[in-house]
Write a protein that binds this ligand. Structure first.
Ligand SMILES: [Zn+2]
Length: 68
């Protein structure tokens, strides 16, 4: 089995066996996913904000229609 591509807190190469095709052990696999979500965090927050505003507008329209 291949060695994990991740690094320990000390900066050393992780000595665990890579459990997935990407070449990371279970610990660093999670870390990689977290780092990826941090990198795209700004875009996600913007997209969520637009979605929230969109739903709010739709909600107000529905509310106004029901009141008539
Ligand atoms: Zn690792």
């Amino acid at each position: 089995m291949a060695q994990c591509k991740g690094k320990t807190k000390k900066g050393d190469r992780c000595k665990r066996d890579a459990g997935d095709a990407a070449g990371f052990c279970t610990i660093h696999q999670d870390q990689e996913i977290r780092e990826r979500s941090v990198r795209t965090g700004e875009w996600d927050a913007d997209a969520i904000m637009k979605a929230v505003i969109g739903f709010a507008v739709v909600g107000v329209i529905i509310l106004l229609r029901f009141r008539r």
